[in-house]
Each structure stands twice: as structure tokens, then as C-alpha cells.
Write a protein that binds this ligand. Structure first.
Ligand code: B3K
Ligand code: ZN
Length: 850
């Protein structure tokens, strides 16, 4: 067996596997460095395939024996696996291999985390467990036997035999190998039950390390809420008698939807008021829902090949966003989604990593679990629903589940369902899956005394590999207001399908004021040549909560841009409009807290670059600070009341209402701390009985240049809790002055609790470094060098997390020639590392470009 060389895989080269599987039996004899895996797989020729090459993937496996129909067989080592001569008739394949979970620091395949065994197989990790056609279109039922001294030994499906040192599991649902899971260790469970709408009782468990039992209740409730919601909204019922979730400390991502045995990064499931912030609770709720929803969108209907990843991810993200909107505030949820999209997906789509929602080629599929596939993929589903309407969407989804249950499907299958359910031709809409880049929609207005006309046009800038762009189908939600702020036309969907198109609205005796792209109806950049008074009007009156927020956001943006480019003082119209919103007690506190926010420094750098201006990170930093100071001054009278009025007196609960009040009070505290030297924050820190208040207070203190005592006290209080300590590590970098960021980060990497092998800790430190815009881009280049040093070190241990972190460099072409040269030198240094992983190699090559 040889390691796979970095070859490029193309969507257009898909061919089915030559064999189908009638059943898989696996036996694991667990030992930390010498786990034996015996596989017995019933193959038969695939009538739908022509290529009969019997190729099985395999990586890092020590081969002990291979047999066909009980007879030892010689296999040939080829790139990425083995080949053997197989009969043109049904046969039984057996293999005995040895693997070393203890040495598996890549956290892919079977590995150990804090003394427990666990697996991560998506996308291509099963081949590190045994020889197998490790591709999602090969589906089979799995019987799994686990032998070992572990107290708890889990796999997918239902337990059929459990004795001391032995556990046998059967999963009746055929599945691709990427959904296989095994967990074994000294675990305890937080139990629950759910009765499905057809009356079946399902046992639920959250498995954790002893000591974490008190952090499971919230996740359990989120799971039950998700199960109920999927029944109510999508008509989807759970299909096994048992659903297990396991919390694991060392995990490359958030969580994984393995059939009946979801595995979670402990940061995405464990929660308690003392250790978790409101934002943590909300994220946990969303991720539990997301993984649960995959049971239908991903597991029952899976992907034919990895190019179709958005089929399950875009749809499942869309579903978890709907769930959050239903469980909490819909406008607040939508604004948060758009903030994340603009923060992560837009830069990706406008830089060297830009790729279509359905990519057409890759070297390492793990590099394509991106904001584009996930978040833009979800926006595409949302647009489809907007275009066909709610009822037709529901009809199409029913048809999708009916027609494709048990299939490994494609985007073509998905769109066909919508075409059949609605009679609509989606040929042009499909470009959302193949064309990369963020479309730019420009608006011009005309009024003739009665008719109001919107002239819309669309363009998309060239992206890597795509010079020419065709017009896309863009649903533009528009409402009209009169000058008093009353809505004179309710939201309507304009379908922009041409490069240029005009839409006329008759019977308007006074010139209406349009509110365009309501609820952010498409993932585009809207260019509207309107002045501040128009934006201030919309900030005061727009009946669409998203666009009302957006009006404030645009005022903040323009104010910041003016400060950066001309040194102008913060815009008084913005501050005045914002003040009115903050004083309006009829508005949801969570919404007002979002209103107080402003574009991030990285977002501003992107906007400057788009406008043809080289961003200066120091100038962006000072303008952002100046705007915060201006808010602190302008609202000096209001802020103490805002703070006092939104104190939550009842015991902590992570619900939307309490969280909204805390968000607004903490936003007020952040501004107050700019003028009181941190006095109020210190008082909050002293009395805080939950992490939301404690962490916010500490953050304000550090921002005010104080808080060293509290920082030490925090460390002493939480030194035993890895997840809380991640926050302690991050916060010091986030709140460091730009010129101190690299040194602070270096100091933290020397802390005895800095453990690069733990992805959460690595991300807490290196992620914070890369997200501190002015610190990361400090002109001395120290932060670039530091990140590159650590990426080079981590690459040999954990390619996936290393490759993901390379994203920090993706915006490098925005900056001045000196910074570009500094970054290019680091990219080249990483590229030159001997034995660089395929993952990191692909990322660096794409980012570096030519
Ligand atoms: N499907 C997994 C992600 C797997 C990532 C592999 N590199 C979690 C999720 O999207 O739900
Ligand atoms: Zn997912």
C-alpha cells in the first residue's frame, strides 16, 4: 500500500463502483497501539457498472491477512489502497489489519482522545480503519463486534449483545462507510427518551467523561426539540430505537452525524450556566439540531460522491437555520446568519479560494467543507424556497424524501424534484451550483409622477478558473414605503434573471422609498447609490427588520470608510438614528444589541480593497476604535440606563429573552468601560454567577487596559476546565493591542496548558491570532511568521486542522506590497516543508496562486 499522491479528482470522471455490498461484519479487538480489525464483506458484481476493477481504499494499515471466499489471496499495493483479482460472481472478502489509534494524531479514522477510543470517518477516514470501497455511493448494513476492557463500547444502530468485554451492534439501515462510528471508554450517560409521533419510544443518551454529567441537560433538551421540530415541520420521524451522542475533547470540527451515534466536539454539546456563554448555548442547540437533521438529509438520503456535499450540507444548514429562527427570534437569527456569511463566505468567494457551491475538482475533499458549500449552499436552498413559495417547497421536499430515500443522490436529483413538483424550469437557477463568486446587484430608481421603476443589473467578477459569468436567477425582495414611513407595497419578490432588468410599480402619487433585498433574499452585494438621509429614514422606519438593521449597518460602514479615507469624524446622522433605535423599548433587546455592532475590521479591509483602495490595518483599527468612542460619548446618558434596565434578576436560563437582555446590557457595558476605566465591569465581574456575564466583564476590563487580577483569578478558578480555559487563551489575544498580539500569542504558546494536539486549544490561540485584524497584519510581519511556524509544526500531526487554519492567509492580496511580500514568504516557507500534507499543500497552492 502506498500513500495517495496529490492527484486531482474531477466531478466529470464519476463512475460507479464495480461491486455492491450485501453486508459488512467488523470485529474490533481494541488495544491502544495494536487494535486488530477483522472485516468480512459480502460483495457481488454491480449490474450498473462496467469497470470490474476490485480496488479497496486503505491507508496506514498493517496487513495481516486477506482472503476471498476463505482462501488467502495476494493483493497488489496501488495508490491509496490495494487491488485483487475478484471473481465475477458473489464472493466474501475478509481482511485482518492492525492499526495504531494511539499514534493517530490526525484525528481521522480510529484514534484516542483522553484515553477513549473514537472515530471520525467523513469524508475519507474509514480507509484508515480497514480496506473498503470508501466512497459514499457504496452503502451497506454493518454488524459490529467490539472486544476490549472498556466499560462502554458503542457503535451504530442497535445493541444486540452486551457482556463484559464484548459488545455487538447492528445497524439495519444501509449506509456509506463515512457514517460508521465506534466509541469505547470510561463513559457515563445522561439518559432521556423521546416518543415519536407514531408512538415509538426512542432511548436517548449523551455520553460524557465522568465529571461532565452536569453539562448534558441542555443538549438533551435541544435534541428532543429537534426531533419534535423535524416531525412537525418536515414530517420526518426518527428511525431507530436508540440515539446516542458522545462528547469528545479532541475533534477536528464541531460534530459528526454518524448513524445513531453522533460524535460531538465537547465544546459543541457540554454546557452549564457557569461555564458556557449564551452564544455557546445557542451554538450547541443549532449543532445538535444540525446533526440530528442529517439523519434524513445526509444519512437516509446521502451523496453520490463528494462533489455533491452541498446536497446534504447546504440543506441541513438551511434546516438548522429554520429551527433556530423558530426556537428564537427570526430577525435576530437572520441577521446573525448574514453576519457569518459576510464574515466567512464572502471573503472566500472573492479571493483565491473561490469555488462553486458544487465544486468540480479537488485534491483533498476535507478542504471543501467550506463556508461556500455550507452557508452559501444554505442560501441557495433559501432562494429556491423564496422563488417557489412555502407550499411548493413543502411538496418538493416530500417528493424528495419519497423518491430518494435510501439513495446516494445528486444535485440533479434534487433540482429534478423541484421541477417535477412545481413545473418550473430550473436550468438557469442551477448556475448557483456551478458559478462561483458573489454577484453584485446594482439599483437605479426612476419616478415619473405615478410610476416608480427599479432598474436592476447584475454582474459577477471573474473567479479562479471562471473568467466569464452568466446572469443568475436572483430573487430580490422589495417593499415600498411612503415618506411617512408607512408601507405602501408589501414585500414582493422580483426575479432578476437578466443582466439588466427593470421593474415598474404603478399608482404611486408620491415617490415611494424602496426597501430592497429584504431579509437578505439572495447572497449578493447590493449597490445602491443613496445618501445618508435615505439610510437614516430606513433605519427609523423600515418595516422589514433585516433591512432596518442593514440601514444602520450601512451608515456605520460609510462613517467608518469616511474616517479611514479622509479622517472625517463619525457620522452624526448615524449616531442620532442609532440612539433612537436604542431608546425604543418596543424593540427586542437582542435586536438592539445587534444594532450597536459595527462592521468588522476585516470586512472594512475587504470593502476598501473592492473600492480600489489598499487597506491600512492601523487606520482601520483606529477608525473602528474612534467610532466606539464616539458611541460611548454620544450615548453617555443613555448607556447606564440601558445597562440597568436589562439586568436579568431571575436565575440564569439560556433562553432567547434572557440572552437578549444580557447581550444588550453587555453591549452597553463595553461602551461604558471605555470611559469609566473598567469600574462597572469590575463590579459585574465580582458578582457574575454565569459565564456570559463573567466573560463579558473580563473582556471589558482587558479592553479598558485593566483586569490583570481578574485574569489571574479566572485562570485559578477554571484551570481544570478545558473549554473555559480555551476562552481564557483566546480573550487575551483578542483584547491585546495590535503591536502586542504576536508577543501575547507567543507567551500563551509557552503556557503549560497550551497543547497543539488539541484542535480546540490550537484554534483558541491561533484562531484568535488570525482574527485580530490589526494584530495579525501588523507591519512587522511577526504574526504572519508565528502562525506559519505553528502551521508547519502542526502539519505533521494534524493536516486537517492545519489546512483549515491556512484560511487566515486567503485575503493576502488585499494588502500593500510589503505585507504581500511578507505573507508570500511565509506561504512559500510552508510550501517548502518536507512531506507537507496533501491537505495543506492544496490550500497553500490555491492561496498562493500564480
Ligand atoms: N458532516 C460533518 C463534517 C465532516 C467534516 C469532514 N472534514 C459535520 C456536519 O456538517 O454536520
Ligand atoms: Zn452537516
Amino acid at each position: 500500500m502506498r500513500d495517495a499522491a496529490p492527484t486531482t479528482i474531477y466531478l466529470s470522471n464519476y463512475t460507479p463502483f464495480g461491486y455492491v455490498i450485501d453486508g459488512v461484519e467488523l470485529t474490533f479487538r481494541l488495544a491502544p497501539s495494536t487494535t486488530r480489525v477483522h472485516s468480512r464483506i459480502r460483495f457481488r458484481p454491480n449490474p450498473d457498472a462496467t469497470d470490474r476493477r476490485f480496488f479497496l481504499h486503505g491507508e496506514n494499515l498493517t496487513r495481516i491477512a486477506t482472503r476471498i471466499d476463505g482462501v488467502d489471496v495476494d493483493v497488489r499495493d496501488v495508490d491509496g489502497g490495494i487491488e485483487a483479482d475478484a471473481p465475477d460472481a458473489p464472493f466474501i472478502w475478509e481482511a485482518e489489519v492492525e492499526i495504531d489509534p494511539q499514534a493517530n494524531t490526525a484525528l481521522e479514522g480510529l484514534y484516542m482522545s483522553n484515553g477513549m477510543y473514537c472515530t471520525q470517518c467523513e469524508a475519507e477516514g474509514f480507509r484508515k480503519i480497514t480496506y473498503y470501497p470508501d466512497r459514499p455511493d457504496v452503502m451497506a448494513t454493518f454488524d459490529v463486534t467490539i472486544e476490549g476492557p472498556e466499560k462502554v463500547m458503542l457503535s451504530n444502530g442497535n445493541p444486540v449483545d452486551q457482556r463484559e468485554g464484548f459488545a455487538k451492534w447492528q445497524d439495519p439501515w444501509p449506509k456509506p462507510a463515512y457514517l460508521f462510528a465506534l466509541v469505547a471508554g470510561d463513559l457515563v450517560n445522561h439518559p432521556g427518551t423521546f416518543t415519536t409521533r407514531s408512538g415509538r419510544k426512542v432511548d436517548l443518551n449523551i455520553w460524557v467523561r465522568p465529571g461532565d454529567e452536569d453539562k448534558c441537560a441542555f443538549g438533551m433538551q435541544a435534541l428532543k426539540d429537534s426531533m419534535k421540530w423535524d416531525e412537525d415541520v418536515y414530517g420526518r420521524e426518527y428511525d431507530l430505537d436508540l440515539f446516542n451522542i458522545v462528547a469528545v475533547d479532541d475533534f477536528n470540527m464541531g460534530a459528526m452525524e454518524n448513524k445513531g451515534l453522533n460524535i460531538f466536539n465537547s465544546s459543541c454539546v457540554l454546557a452549564s450556566p457557569e461555564t458556557s456563554t449564551d452564544a455557546n448555548f445557542e451554538r450547541i442547540e443549532a449543532i445538535i439540531a444540525h446533526e440530528y437533521f442529517h439523519n434524513w438529509t445526509g444519512n437516509r438520503i446521502t451523496c453520490r460522491d463528494w462533489f455533491q456535499l452541498c446536497l446534504k450540507e447546504g440543506l441541513t444548514v438551511y434546516r438548522d437555520q429554520q429551527f433556530t429562527a423558530d426556537m428564537r427570534s427570526a430577525p435576530v437569527a437572520r441577521i446573525s446568519t448574514v453576519l457569518a456569511l459576510r464574515g466567512r463566505q464572502f471573503p472566500e468567494d472573492q479571493g483565491p479560494l473561490s469555488h462553486p457551491v458544487r465544486p468540480e475538482s479537488f485534491q483533498e475533499i476535507n478542504n471543501f467543507y467550506t463556508a461556500t458549500v455550507y452557508e452559501k449552499g444554505a442560501e441557495v436552498i433559501g432562494m429556491l424556497k423564496t422563488l417557489v413559495g412555502d407550499a411548493a417547497y413543502a411538496k418538493a421536499l416530500d417528493l424528495y424524501f419519497e423518491r430518494h430515500d435510501g439513495d446516494a443522490a445528486t444535485i440533479e436529483d434534487w433540482l429534478q424534484v423541484f421541477e417535477d413538483a412545481t413545473g418550473r424550469d430550473l436550468t438557469q437557477f442551477k448556475r448557483w451550483y456551478s458559478q462561483s463568486g458573489t454577484p453584485r446587484v446594482t439599483v437605479r430608481e426612476d419616478y415619473d409622477g405615478d410610476r416608480f421603476t427599479l432598474h436592476l443589473s447584475q454582474t459577477t467578477a471573474p473567479t479562479p478558473g471562471q473568467d466569464e459569468k452568466l446572469p443568475q436567477v436572483i430573487p430580490v425582495a422589495v417593499g415600498l414605503l411612503n415618506p411617512n414611513g408607512d408601507e405602501v407595497m408589501e414585500t414582493r419578490i422580483l426575479e432578476l434573471t437578466e443582466a439588466e432588468q427593470s421593474f415598474t410599480f404603478e399608482g404611486h402619487a408620491t415617490r415611494p422609498i424602496p426597501s430592497i433585498l429584504r431579509n437578505f433574499s439572495a447572497p449578493v452585494i447590493l449597490e445602491q447609490d443613496i445618501d445618508n438621509s435615505r439610510r437614516a429614514f430606513l433605519l427609523a422606519h423600515d418595516t422589514d427588520p433585516f433591512n432596518r438593521w442593514e440601514a444602520g449597518r450601512m451608515l456605520a460602514r460609510d462613517s467608518l470608510m469616511a474616517t479611514i479615507t479622509t479622517g472625517a469624524a463619525p457620522d452624526a446622522a448615524y449616531l442620532e438614528g442609532l440612539g433612537a433605535v436604542l431608546r425604543d423599548n418596543s424593540l427586542d433587546p437582542a435586536y438592539r444589541a445587534l444594532m450597536l455592532g459595527q462592521p468588522t475590521q476585516s470586512e472594512l479591509a475587504g470593502l476598501l480593497h473592492e473600492a480600489g483602495i489598499t487597506p491600512d490595518p492601523d487606520a482601520i483599527h483606529s477608525a473602528s476604535e474612534a467610532l466606539r468612542d464616539a458611541k460611548a460619548a454620544a450615548f453617555a446618558d443613555l448607556l447606564p440606563a440601558l445597562y440597568a434596565d436589562h439586568q436579568v434578576e431571575v436565575p440564569y436560563a439560556p433562553d432567547a429573552e434572557g440572552a437578549g437582555n444580557r447581550a444588550l446590557a453587555n453591549a452597553a457595558l463595553a461602551l461604558i468601560s471605555r470611559t469609566d476605566g473598567g469600574a462597572l465591569a469590575a463590579a459585574q465581574y465580582d458578582k457574575a454567577d454565569n459565564m456570559t456575564l463573567q466573560l463579558a466583564a473580563l473582556s471589558c476590563l482587558l479592553d479598558a487596559g485593566a483586569g490583570q487580577d481578574q485574569l489571574a483569578a479566572f485562570e485559578a478558578q477554571w484551570t481544570h476546565d478545558r473549554l473555559v480555559m480555551d476562552k481564557w487563551f483566546s480573550l487575551q489575544i483578542i483584547q491585546a493591542k495590535p503591536e502586542d498580539v504576536a508577543a501575547t500569542t507567543t507567551r500563551l504558546t509557552e503556557h503549560p496548558d497550551f497543547d497543539m494536539k488539541n484542535p480546540n486549544r490550537f484554534r483558541a490561540v491561533m484562531g484568535a491570532l488570525s482574527m485580530h485584524h490589526a494584530g495579525f497584519h501588523h507591519a512587522d510581519g511577526a504574526a504572519y511568521r508565528l502562525l506559519a511556524d505553528w502551521l508547519i509544526k502542526l502539519d505533521s500531526l494534524n493536516p486537517q486542522t492545519t489546512a483549515r487554519m491556512c484560511n487566515a492567509f486567503q485575503t493576502w492580496k488585499r494588502y500593500d506590497p510589503d505585507r504581500q511580500a511578507l505573507i508570500a514568504a511565509q506561504l512559500d516557507r510552508i510550501a517548502a516543508k518536507p512531506d507537507l500534507s496533501r491537505d495543506t499543500h492544496e490550500m497553500i497552492t490555491r492561496i498562493r496562486g500564480t
